[in-house]
Design a protein around this ligand. Structure first.
Ligand code: ADP
Ligand code: ADP
Length: 218
């Protein structure tokens, strides 16, 4: 049975960090809408050009653009056994469309871990986040430093701080989360899919809690 997991949580909660680890353990792809947008920005595609202004402003990219991009990614054969979705859906409309996209192939979401962290902690996490240029591997100056400063442990590429990881944009993104994404908590709770996870624990402990959740559901 294919396993589609939606990781829900505010910016900086640890979705990308955890998705990478869990996807490898379950041998299914990690699909990050943010990474897909950044890939398009890097390659200067039409989609990247459309998304850039919204991302720089800390706003959500419009639903139509986002949904078709993720739908295309989910249509690839490497998703036949499932996927870990990170950063998508982020609006009730996206959540509704995801249900339809999955249902077309007889699939459903198996669980929605909600990684909870306070806004104050999120600010510290995001201002200290370093991301690898080649593949988006994630580090933190204090909480998860690379072995060599500025260099990715995994692929040796250089690390950079994202343009949207500056204080004013972070504050905007957190407000957007509370306004537009937080309604998904109730949406998935009603469907009995939501599992709250304490995201303030160290990375390994969050991984353990998430693995327990995703392996306990069919
Ligand atoms: P974070 O990891 O900090 O939560 P992401 O990498 O997921 O940030 O997203 C970066 C930006 O990409 C968002 O601020 C938004 O502009 C855009 N984006 C990513 N996912 C979505 C989505 N599902 N819907 C709309 N915009 C999105
Ligand atoms: P998201 O994808 O939800 O935006 P990330 O996985 O990019 O979040 O994590 C945001 C920042 O917080 C990164 O710098 C990451 O290294 C760090 N981080 C992730 N999980 C934890 C944790 N459990 N404790 C402390 N820092 C963490």
């Amino acid at each position: 049975m294919a396993k589609f997991v939606v990781l829900l949580g505010p910016p900086g909660a640890g979705k990308g960090t955890q998705a990478e680890i869990i996807a490898e353990k379950l041998a299914i792809p990690h699909i990050s809408s943010g990474d897909l947008f950044r890939e398009n920005l890097k390659n200067e595609t039409e989609l990247g050009k459309k998304a850039k202004g919204f991302m720089d402003a800390g706003k959500l990219v419009p639903d139509e653009i986002t949904i078709s991009m993720v739908a295309e990614r989910l249509s690839r054969t490497d998703c036949n056994q499932g996927a870990i979705l990170d950063g998508f859906p982020r609006t009730p409309y996206q959540a509704h469309e995801l249900d339809i996209i999955l249902a077309e192939k007889g699939n459903t979401i198996c669980c929605v871990p909600y990684i909870m962290v306070s806004d104050q902690d999120l600010l510290e996490r995001l201002t200290g986040r370093w991301t690898c240029k080649a593949a988006g591997h994630i580090y933190h100056a204090k909480f998860n430093p690379p072995k060599d400063p500025g260099i990715c442990d995994i692929d040796g590429s250089s690390l950079y701080q994202r343009d949207d990881d500056k204080k004013e944009t972070i504050e905007k993104r957190l407000a957007v989360f509370h306004e537009q994404t937080a309604p998904l908590i109730a949406y998935y709770r009603e469907k009995n899919l939501l599992v709250e996870v304490d995201g303030t624990q160290p990375i390994e402990q969050v991984t353990t809690a998430l693995l327990k959740t995703v392996t306990s559901v069919a």
